[in-house]
Design a protein around this ligand. Structure first.
Ligand code: NAI
Ligand code: MG
Length: 356
């Protein structure tokens, strides 16, 4: 099993260092190779996604990505900016399934903006299709309206479309993820209004026949948004399209308090994937040794679960994270009175210690 380690820039190298230490503390040793990406790729090779880095990512079984986008690269032309690296990796590796767990550890219940009883113990997984939908559908543009009530006036237009293959493959990812968790899947659509999402609903229902051990229900996106803030714990796994997923996953992220706690996975059709914290390169705290490494450490756990088939090792890491939170250790982003404030490295130390 080979893991490509892409630290990136900003806080990326600091948080990745801790995740690598955690991986090295497991009984099983993984082959890891590091390559520069984002600002670091630009410094080393004049490009945010150097050819050798892309080749390593393609050859590896999984990619562990830190973050990119330090302010000092803001003035570069768009094609050379750090963020192009993550877009290039998604496209080149065909990472169409974005998995974002929203977990609220009981110890952090005070960090959420929702009442503790509504969110305490929250553990849901949102699966967003990442490469289709209205974000990529053609045709699109601004034109003179050819017909309709506003004929002759300028109009903006986009095209929502999903091919059967795209729906089937994301549905398989979702059912398989649900099978590994609470065995309940909610497919979110707008089938009452949109043809694309009636089709989506029909295909997901068809794929369900291969996963009879998983309970499937369908929910309209407006109701799903409401239920996410009313009773989020009623969900287990949610699967939805690119646009609905963009919005719902950000809403779900905020149920949990700090972005420094949120891992993510982006998978291809063979469960090969790229794993990264949901946050960016946090230039405001880069180099200060205070970034929360837990989102990255939890991303490494997701990598073990989804791409490397090492669910037990993933459980061990997740339990170690719970243990350090129970010990009261907090980086500044999750600090509350009565807890112990620690830095990036001390937090990594504590997770390694808890693993042993
Ligand atoms: P950000 O997520 O980097 O930071 C937002 C806020 O959260 C900041 O106050 C930051 O200090 C804090 N924060 C983020 N991660 C943290 C952690 N692990 N521990 C403690 N605090 C943390 O988002 P922002 O500021 O909008 O973007 C900064 C740069 O990152 C931009 O250039 C953006 O394009 C890039 N970015 C990169 C992503 C990626 O690498 N996949 C994703 C999102 C943004
Ligand atoms: Mg978004």
């Amino acid at each position: 099993m080979k893991i490509a380690i892409l630290p990136g820039d900003g806080i990326g190298p600091e948080i990745i260092e801790q995740a690598v230490r955690v991986l090295n503390a497991l009984d099983e040793k993984f082959e890891m190779e590091t390559a520069p990406v984002g600002g670091a790729g630009y410094e080393a090779h004049g490009h945010p996604l150097p050819e050798a880095t892309l080749a390593l990512a393609k050859a590896a079984d999984a990619v562990l990505f830190g973050a990119v986008g330090d302010w000092k690269y803001d003035k570069l032309e768009r094609a050379l900016r750090p963020e192009q690296a993550i877009l290039g990796l998604r496209k080149n590796l065909n990472l169409f399934a974005n998995l974002r767990p929203a977990i609220l550890y009981p110890e952090l219940a005070g960090a959420s903006t929702l009442k503790p009883e509504v969110v305490s113990g929250l553990d849901i997984l949102i699966i967003r299709e990442l490469t289709g939908d209205i974000y990529f559908g053609q045709p699109r543009g601004v034109r003179t309206a050819p017909d309709g009530a506003f004929k002759g006036e300028r109009e903006g237009f986009d095209t929502m479309r999903y091919a059967e293959t795209e729906i089937r493959r994301i549905a398989h990812v979702a059912f398989q993820a649900a099978r590994k968790r609470g065995k309940r899947l909610t497919s979110v659509d707008k089938a009452n209004v949109l043809e694309t999402f009636q089709f989506w609903k029909d295909i997901v229902t068809d794929v369900h026949s291969e996963y009879q051990d998983v309970t499937l229900d369908h929910m309209y996106v407006d109701n799903a948004a409401m239920q996410l803030v009313r009773a989020p714990k009623k969900f287990d796994v949610i699967v939805t399209g690119n646009m609905f997923g963009d919005i719902l996953s950000d809403a779900a992220a905020m149920l949990t308090g700090s972005i420094g706690m949120l891992p993510s996975a982006s998978l291809d059709a063979n469960n090969k994937g790229l794993y990264e914290p949901s946050h960016g390169s946090a230039p405001d705290i880069a180099g200060k040794g205070v970034a929360n490494p837990l989102a990255t450490i939890l991303s490494a756990a997701m990598m073990l679960r989804f791409s490397l088939n090492r669910a037990e090792q993933a459980d061990r890491i997740e339990n170690a994270v719970k243990a350090v939170l129970a010990q009261g250790l907090r980086t500044p982003d999750i600090y509350e009175e009565g807890t112990t404030k620690v830095g990036t490295k001390e937090m990594g130390d504590a997770v390694v210690q808890a693993l042993r």
